[in-house]
Design a protein around this ligand. Structure first.
Ligand SMILES: [Zn+2]
Length: 306
């Protein structure tokens, strides 16, 4: 069980987390990793699926902000972290992912945002059967060989109306209700991954942290195995990383896409206790794949981001 984010001194939510367990705070990649250590038991892992467990106890994987290199370069004399090595924790994988995108807010219906939404959907049509998935094959397990997936559709919703911020709880509620009542949205199965895009000007508040202040996206699961990722609009330099809106969103979306495939229940799939999930280790290192900018992902086999 751990909570990752940028360690701001006096962060109220961080403080409440610290009270619940033993934490270390360390500099990793381009951000501070705040880790709860050595107190996860199998019993606790099982309890994560119980709705009465506070959300604060869940490991949530985020895309951290892009920061100038001066801010994340270790000071002289600080020992290097151990090399990353993801290990499999026995949980589900999305072995043939089915991506469905949900664009939330009226602004997605008109240009230029509608064009951006179309381009993101094109990206997923490409990504689900691309080398991005092929490189995840090393994380196959005998009962769940990771293969190509499919893009199963998209929808724009305008209700509920969004304002300056929306909570993760409100996003889950929206998703659950839409799955129940909106015939355009498919029911969740063991491979369905909903990608939820927020409009410009709406931040997401998750675990007491806020997009553009602490993170640029995350993935998680709730209920009886509904897998989802939340992608706030890159309204800030920290979530643009010097890229265009499209390139920033394909970068952060590819990060969450690969993490959701290899660790759909955060911490129960492929995970590294020090470094986190597959995308966290390589955050904001990008490459071109087809026409798209995507993030590098950690390879155990090559011991590098690729
Ligand atoms: Zn991540």
């Amino acid at each position: 069980m751990d909570y990752e984010g940028y360690a701001c001194s006096g962060h109220p939510d961080l403080n409440s987390s610290v009270k619940k367990g033993r934490f270390v705070i360390e500099m990793i990649g381009r951000g501070w990793l705040v880790k709860r250590v050595a107190n996860t038991t199998n019993k606790e892992v099982t309890r994560r699926t119980n709705k009465t467990v506070p959300r604060m106890n869940d490991p949530i994987r985020i895309v951290p902000l892009h920061l100038p290199s001066e801010l994340y370069r270790p000071s002289a004399g600080i020992a290097a972290l151990p090399a990353a090595q993801l290990t499999y924790r026995g949980g589900p994988l999305l072995d043939s992912v089915k991506v469905f995108s949900i664009f939330w807010g009226q602004v997605w219906q008109t240009s230029p945002n509608s064009d951006l939404a179309n381009q993101i959907n094109q990206f997923f049509r490409f990504a689900v059967s691309s080398a991005l998935i092929d490189q995840l094959a090393e994380y196959s397990v005998p009962s769940q060989p990771i293969g190509h997936g499919s893009f199963i559709g998209t929808v724009t919703i305008t209700q509920p109306t969004l304002f300056h911020a929306v909570t993760d709880a409100a996003i889950q509620k929206m998703l659950q209700q839409e799955i129940k009542s909106n015939s355009s949205i498919p029911q969740a199965d063991a491979n369905t991954l909903y990608f939820i895009y927020l409009p410009p000007g709406t931040a997401v508040v998750q675990g007491g942290s806020r997009s553009c202040q602490a993170f640029c996206g995350y993935h998680d699961t709730f209920g009886s195995g509904i897998y989802y990722a939340v992608m706030p609009f890159p309204n800030c330099a920290g979530c643009l990383g010097g890229l265009t809106n499209l390139d920033a969103l394909t970068t952060t979306s590819s990060h969450e896409f690969c993490e959701a495939i290899t660790d759909p229940v955060p911490g129960q799939g492929w995970y590294d206790d020090t470094h986190g999930e597959i995308g966290d280790i390589c955050a904001w290192q990008t490459k071109k794949m087809g026409n798209y900018t995507v993030q590098l992902e950690w390879s155990n086999r090559d011991a590098s981001c690729k």
